[in-house]
Design a protein around this ligand. Structure first.
Ligand SMILES: O=P(O)(O)O[C@H]1O[C@H](CO)[C@@H](O)[C@H]1O
Length: 291
């Protein structure tokens, strides 16, 4: 296998590095999926319903970073879901783990090099919209890239146009057709009462928001807050992929001064666990409907 050069001036991984990683991963399977799903915190259970799974641990891929967060196991899983070939990323990389932004989203470039055309993003997020409840599913209709707005956009650095153009529009990132298909599936399964559609804001983490910060995020127009997803969707968009995202509202963010409720990662995992079966059912039917 060729060496990974990781040239920092071109966002760490060169175009050739990405092709090398893709080829290395594809050696494990003859499947060539066009749909990929990134599993959010505690949402890796979706991989358990993948038929004839082929698991490729990140640590078996030379030059690939590992996931360090509980609830993210660190494997690619190839197989069939809803009658379609799929690639699952079970274990994402986060900025707060100490990875630079370009590394956080690098797997999306590898996916593109493997032939992925549609990227499905899932995450656990804190609810900011007072109408939401813990356990709700929020289709992402738009995002706020808070790190990007403050100088940490994932696309910063020299641009190699083989990945995508220097400047890209990020409005209308989340595909309308996929959003309505997902809505249809959740309604058909009888879960319309927990379905929301809203704006996701990314913070760097790993601190959960203070009450004053949470009020600011709400004032910005965000409905849910998390520490992921946006770099992946921006890189997916940059490379011309169709994007869909959904947040599981794992906790309601406290905005009251002096409140005694202190959210923990265990709370987030608990909600994800409670919704694991539903997420499996929804994604099997949803993926079945994707062209
Ligand atoms: O966004 P995902 O990976 O689902 O995880 C969310 O849950 C973790 C906090 O409990 C953070 O990593 C946050 O981003």
């Amino acid at each position: 296998m060729a060496a990974i050069n990781a040239d920092l001036s071109v966002n760490g991984y060169t175009f050739e590095d990405i092709q090398t990683l893709a080829k290395e991963i594809l050696k494990h399977t003859s499947l060539r999926p066009k749909i990929a799903l990134i599993c959010g915190t505690g949402l890796g259970g979706i991989a358990e319903v993948v038929e004839n799974p082929i698991t490729v641990p990140y640590e078996s891929i030379p030059g690939f970073p590992v996931s360090t967060v509980e609830g993210h196991s660190g494997n690619f899983v190839f197989g069939t879901l809803g009658g379609k070939q799929v690639l699952l990323m079970r274990g994402r990389l986060h900025y707060y783990e100490g990875y630079p932004m370009w590394k956080v989203a690098m797997p999306v470039r590898v996916m593109k090099a493997m032939g992925i055309e549609t990227l499905l993003l899932t995450n656990a997020a804190g609810g900011l919209n007072p109408k939401y409840n813990t356990g709700d599913l929020m289709i992402i209709k738009d995002h706020i890239d808070l790190p990007g707005l403050t100088g940490e956009c994932v696309l910063i650095g020299k641009n190699d146009t083989r990945f995508g153009p220097r400047f890209i529009a990020t409005n209308a990132t989340y595909d309308h057709d996929l959003r309505s298909k997902f809505k249809q599936v959740v309604l058909e399964l009888g879960y319309g009462n927990i379905l929301q559609e809203g704006v996701y804001i990314m913070i760097g983490g790993p601190t959960f928001s203070s009450a004053a910060e949470a009020r600011v995020l709400r004032m910005f127009g965000a409905d849910a807050v998390g520490m992921s997803t946006v770099p992946e969707s921006v890189v997916g968009r940059h490379s011309g992929m169709r994007i869909f995202g959904v947040s599981l509202i794992s906790d309601m963010v406290d905005m009251e001064d002096g409140s005694k409720f202190l959210v923990t990662h265990e709370d987030v995992l608990k909600t994800a666990n409670e919704r694991a079966l539903l997420m499996q059912k929804v994604f099997v039917k949803f993926i079945h409907l994707i062209d």
